[in-house]
Design a protein around this ligand. Structure first.
Ligand code: HEC
Ligand code: HEC
Ligand code: HEC
Ligand code: HEC
Ligand code: HEC
Ligand code: HEC
Length: 445
């Protein structure tokens, strides 16, 4: 009788432990998936915030917003050729340029240096000759933007010598760091702590239970008159062969085996035609990590049509030459660009992403209108030396996102009536699919 109670208790306890472990495993997995999802959407070198307030007279080096805007403009447009210190890259280091030149001269120069040179300005002609008549590109910036760049240069001078006023802005600019990531770190750390605590609690539970059983055993052995059967059960050793021989356990093992096997083979079958992870060798060792990451060149500097048309376009060799007519001329990899141009043949980049012809996908619809970051679909491109296909590009992938993503209808009169109708008839956000984004004909023609 008593033995029965002890037995069931142990069984219940075992089931409890297993259930805890299973549910915890599922929880941890869910959490890591969530972390992965929110890690997407990193913004490299964004130029937002560039419209800083105009300054009157001297440069507003104390205005953090202007300095930050200037820093982002500088890194995106000037840093490939200029340092803000005294090092010469392609052009001169810009340290002290606000003292060397007048404000008006700087504005004219940055907007169109060739015009200043051909006007015969002696300072302009001198520096042009000093740097072997290399033409600096023109920039269609307004006065505020130029002021912010000059302020940034000025501020980084005083930062180098005196109080570091721009500390932290560097971090904010680094590619791959955004607010989300910090949050993930915190959640991850929190989960780890919970896990450790739970494991500790489990260990304590097991130890207490063992203690209780041994106490009970001793008590029963010494104080009770037991019949033969109870005596045997109480002093029974833990027997693995019994578990192994038990029918229930065997069926369970076989079942788990079958499920795993089925899952694996289904994954394989469903994966036919999916190129996720495809990472071919390219004819030139071009690195996005170097260009889009370290040098923060905007994606659409090279993929020029990505905000305007269906295709993102792969840059022609001419775009490379904007910089490489001056940078790293002797590198054998860069020589390959020159050879392609001499022979008047395009560089034969190997295509990575490729939807079947039966599906219609439009970049401008997603990037310009939908406002989706490249990284949501292409992953952390700015960290890839060699690009690989990050997303599965399956129909399920497209449709899932259309179901989940709310449309930005704010201030868009086109949507007003539609949103009204939607809100009247159904609950939930006005997503891409509420607007018909899961209708076959939207993607198949
Ligand atoms: C493709 C390379 C390149 C880029 C990009 C570039 N510059 Fe220049 N810059 C030069 C060169 C080269 C010179 C030297 C004069 C010359 O040869 O025209 C120069 C000269 C200057 C000068 C004059 C320096 C002095 O000592 O008088 C300023 C100021 C300047 N650049 C600012 C900028 C700013 C601001 C940007 C970004 C908005 C920028 N440059 C982007 C190549 C570049
Ligand atoms: C300096 C020019 C340049 C910049 C800047 C640049 N790319 Fe590229 N990109 C290329 C070239 C060249 C290729 C083709 C070679 C390769 O795949 O590496 C390419 C290929 C790609 C591909 C794969 C295309 C395919 O074949 O399917 C993707 C996706 C891509 N870029 C996204 C981006 C994103 C996102 C950014 C901004 C974070 C970016 N690129 C910035 C030049 C550039
Ligand atoms: C806006 C300027 C810019 C453009 C456009 C550009 N690059 Fe670069 N590229 C750079 C800079 C800066 C470096 C780094 C040079 C260094 O490390 O000193 C570089 C480095 C490289 C290197 C490494 C060279 C070596 O031997 O270390 C390769 C290869 C390269 N670029 C290929 C390309 C190709 C191909 C294109 C056109 C699709 C391109 N680049 C367009 C600025 C540019
Ligand atoms: C909603 C997902 C999504 C977003 C956002 C997105 N892309 Fe793409 N990209 C794709 C798909 C899908 C393809 C394959 C298109 C095809 O084969 O027709 C692709 C292909 C490309 C290619 C190969 C050339 C081409 O046009 O087929 C480049 C380069 C590229 N993307 C760059 C970018 C850049 C740069 C951005 C951000 C400005 C971006 N993409 C944003 C999904 C996306
Ligand atoms: C990361 C989310 C995301 C993914 C992935 C995605 N889309 Fe979209 N898609 C959007 C959003 C957001 C819009 C709505 C843009 C707008 O009109 O504001 C949209 C709109 C569209 C539209 C226009 C729908 C309409 O109602 O006019 C088509 C067509 C489309 N997507 C095709 C695709 C295809 C094909 C794929 C897969 C290769 C894909 N999308 C993957 C988010 C996504
Ligand atoms: C958001 C865009 C989108 C919508 C909406 C959509 N599809 Fe697709 N569909 C795709 C893409 C992208 C592929 C290619 C996926 C691949 O190659 O794995 C595809 C592939 C298919 C294929 C497989 C073709 C093959 O050769 O394997 C069929 C069949 C199909 N779609 C039918 C439909 C039907 C029916 C609907 C309406 C209920 C629909 N699709 C709605 C994007 C879409």
């Amino acid at each position: 009788m008593i033995s029965c109670i002890v037995k069931t208790k142990i069984k219940v306890f075992l089931v409890f432990v297993i259930a805890l472990m299973v549910s915890f495993g599922a929880y941890a997995q869910g959490a890591s998936e969530q972390a992965e999802v929110s890690q997407k959407g990193v913004v490299p070198g964004a130029t937002e915030g560039a419209t800083a307030a105009a300054s009157t007279g001297g440069l507003p080096v104390d205005d953090v917003a202007i300095v930050d805007a200037g820093e982002s403009l500088f890194k995106n447009n000037c840093a490939v050729c200029h340092s803000s210190g005294s090092d010469v890259i392609v052009g001169p280091g810009l340290q002290g340029v606000n003292e060397r030149r007048s404000n008006d001269w700087l504005h004219r120069w940055i907007k169109n240096s060739q015009a200043v040179i051909s006007s015969g300005d002696p300072q302009a002609v001198a520096i042009y000759n000093e740097y072997n008549k290399q033409a600096m590109p023109s920039f269609a910036f307004n006065d505020e933007e130029i002021t912010s760049i000059l302020t940034y240069i000025k501020a980084s001078e005083s930062a180098a010598t005196a109080v570091p006023t721009t500390v932290g802005s560097d971090e904010a600019q680094a590619p791959g760091t955004n607010v989300g990531e910090g949050a993930i770190g915190a959640v991850g750390g929190y989960l780890d702590i919970v896990l450790v605590v739970l494991i500790l609690v489990l260990i304590v539970l097991v130890v207490t239970l063992l203690l209780i059983t041994s106490l009970l055993k001793n008590y029963l052995n010494s104080n009770r008159k037991l019949n033969e059967y109870d005596n045997e059960v109480i002093n029974q050793r833990f027997d693995f062969s019994k578990i192994y021989k038990s029918k229930a356990v065997r069926t369970l093992v076989v079942l788990i085996f079958i499920v795993v096997l089925l899952d694996l083979s289904l994954d394989k079958v469903m994966g036919i035609g999916i190129q996720q992870g495809y990472q071919p060798r390219q004819p030139i060792a071009f690195s996005h990590k170097l260009h889009a990451g370290e040098h923060q060149i905007n994606c659409n500097y090279c993929h020029t049509t990505v905000y305007k048309s269906k295709s993102a376009s792969i840059p022609s060799a001419n775009i490379c030459m904007n910089c490489h007519s001056q940078i790293k001329k002797e590198s054998p990899e860069i020589q390959k660009i020159y050879r392609a141009l001499e022979r008047n043949k395009p560089i034969e980049w190997v295509r990575i992403h490729n939807l079947p012809d039966l599906a219609y996908f439009n970049h401008s619809q997603h990037t310009q209108v939908g406002g989706i970051e490249c990284q949501t679909c292409h992953g952390p491109i700015q960290e890839m030396d060699v690009v690989y296909q990050y997303s599965p590009l399956t129909m399920g992938w497209c449709i899932n996102c259309h179901r989940e993503t709310p449309l930005n209808t704010e201030g868009n009169a086109y949507y007003d009536k539609l949103v009204e109708l939607h809100d009247a008839t159904s609950k939930g956000a006005f997503t891409v699919s509420s607007n018909g984004g899961t209708e076959c004909s939207k993607c198949h023609y």
